[in-house]
Design a protein around this ligand. Structure first.
Ligand code: NAD
Length: 382
């Protein structure tokens, strides 16, 4: 029997982490203050495990055993024997810090405390604890059992042993791990920003409609979903909130500036698929694009790709993560068809830098500033 794991928050992410930990053989205690959320997570996990057995990815006995290893509770005190607690509650720094302080009075001194936050500072949470050395960010992706990536984000005071343990456990859970610096958006949510924001900008400039921009990215560069279909899938409320939070946390860096178009959708409650309406209207047959203007499609697709590559080069230049981890994060966390740094090499780093320089010369906006990382890559012959 593996060590007991605790999870707080039985919503979308907490339920997924609980299922994954139980499948890896841990005794899991899943805590939520909301009785209804607990019940919902219980039936969802049972249904997911049952489906895995139907698909023959598990035997019915294994699925039953995994489900039997999860205890559902509305008492944080039930986490006292946990060796690691993963927090997956509401995205609010004050509420999270209060929870960690409460957890510290319950769990053993060597219990690892981890946060699944998408956008809050790991250092801010760690420093609210009396033992910041056992604190770490563990950022899973939705849906947790299907998305292999986990970003590990140590705080300044996190002990190396804690990182080694989370890396070892995630390996046992069958996850693909990357290590990121505690910077806004970590790796994926930072580098992926232009996929959404540049698509919105191209639409706002009247160059093409949503469906044509989606067609460009899927057809020309092989992305699984176009940016507008993807924003509708993620939820415009969530996607807008992440953009806004990365922009604010980066001291209002123009590259991450949110868009009025998306803000208007959020204010109109056009959240996307979940509300029936977003960039597309899900109550009627979905609009698709069959544009044959190859030059237009290529211009759009390359503009977005240059900005994505610029972000990856910048994250590498500023040591947010290693080159390998940047590549893994984007291919395993958001299913990009190619690692962005490898893509730059294939297209020619000079060519990508020129792509950015041309945009910068045209718009004269800092949003299109080429990363100094391009010159370093060229100088190092990478
Ligand atoms: P959610 O709203 O689906 O679930 C949050 C749950 O936490 C709710 O059931 C709520 O009742 C519970 N909760 C709130 N305060 C609590 C408390 N003090 N004690 C116990 N339970 C409490 O949210 P989610 O989408 O699962 O997100 C959870 C965290 O994971 C957030 O920090 C979010 O940024 C992060 N995250 C979300 C995604 C995603 O795609 N949804 C991806 C990665 C990370």
């Amino acid at each position: 029997m593996k060590l007991p794991i605790g999870i707080v928050g039985a919503g979308t992410m907490g339920a997924g982490v609980a299922q994954q930990a139980a499948m890896a053989g841990h005794e899991v205690t899943l805590v939520d203050v909301n009785e209804q959320a607990l019940r919902k997570s219980q039936s969802l996990i049972e249904k997911n495990l049952h489906r895995l057995a139907e698909k023959k990815q598990h035997t019915p006995e294994q699925a039953q055993a995994s489900f039997g290893r999860i205890y559902f509770s509305h008492e944080v005190n039930a986490l006292q024997d946990s060796r690691m607690v993963v927090e997956a509650i509401i995205e609010d720094l004050g509420i999270k810090c209060k929870l960690f302080q409460q957890l510290e009075s319950i769990v053993a001194d060597d219990c690892i405390l981890a946060s699944n936050t998408s956008s809050l500072s790991i250092n801010a949470m760690a420093s609210s604890c009396s033992k910041p050395n056992r604190f770490i960010g563990l950022h899973f992706f939705n849906p947790v059992p299907l998305m292999p990536l986990v970003e590990h984000i140590p705080a300044l005071e996190t002990e190396q042993k804690v990182l080694e343990t989370t890396l070892e456990w995630m390996n046992q859970w069958g996850k693909c791990s990357v290590v990121a610096k505690d910077t806004p958006g970590f790796i994926v949510n930072r580098i992926a920003r232009p996929y959404y924001s540049e698509a919105l900008r191209i639409y706002e400039e009247g160059i093409a409609d949503f469906a044509t921009i989606d067609q460009a990215m899927t057809e020309i560069h092989g992305f699984k979903m176009g940016p507008f279909a993807l924003m509708d899938f993620i939820g415009n409320d969530i996607n807008y909130a992440v953009t806004k939070s990365v922009w604010e946390a980066c001291f209002f860096e123009p590259r991450y500036k949110p868009s009025h178009t998306q803000r208007n959708l959020v204010l109109a409650n056009w959240f996307g698929r979940k509300s029936g309406r977003g960039f597309y209207n899900y109550s009627q047959e979905l609009e698709t694009s069959q544009v044959h203007d190859k030059l237009l499609l290529t211009t759009i697709a390359n503009r977005i790709l240059f900005l994505l590559i610029n972000e990856a080069v910048d994250a590498y230049y500023f040591n947010v993560a290693t080159k390998d981890d940047i590549e893994l994060a984007m291919t395993k966390g958001v299913n990009y068809p190619n690692g962005l740094l490898q893509w730059a090499v294939e297209l020619g780093i000079n060519h990508c830098m020129e792509g950015m320089e041309n945009l910068y010369a045209h718009y004269k906006e800092d949003r299109y500033r080429p990363s100094p990382g391009f010159r370093k890559l060229i100088a190092n012959n990478c």
